[in-house]
Design a binder for this molecule. Sequence first.
Ligand SMILES: [Zn+2]
Length: 134
Amino acid sequence: MLERDPRTIYPGHGPIVLDAKAKLREYLEHRAEREEQILTGLAAGDRTVEALVERIYADHPADVQELAARSVTAHLLKLETEGRAAKAGRASARAWTIIEPKACARCGRPVKGRARYCGSCSLALLQGDAAGSA
Ligand SMILES: [Zn+2]
């Protein structure tokens, strides 16, 4: 959005934002800061969304916890897509860990979790196998 050189944001609700670029930058910096806190939490041994929420939103009122949990989950899924975090276990007992980003063994793009190939390569290889041409 920043590349499009916006000047004014007309949000769906709330006041008009006149300095659009500053506001967008503020959002992005906040996101980066939150991601840093999540990585720090994981590195310190936090394994669950609940533990991360407790650490990061400790000084927030209890009624934001649910929203906080959704935000933390979104960040974790983004980190997973980037190959920087991995999850284990099912929903109720999900444990997250920090991992070293891995490159796809076929194309070099970041791999999700501990997989050997990225999504498109896994699919391509599967289809190749099915056609007997791999
Ligand atoms: Zn690949």
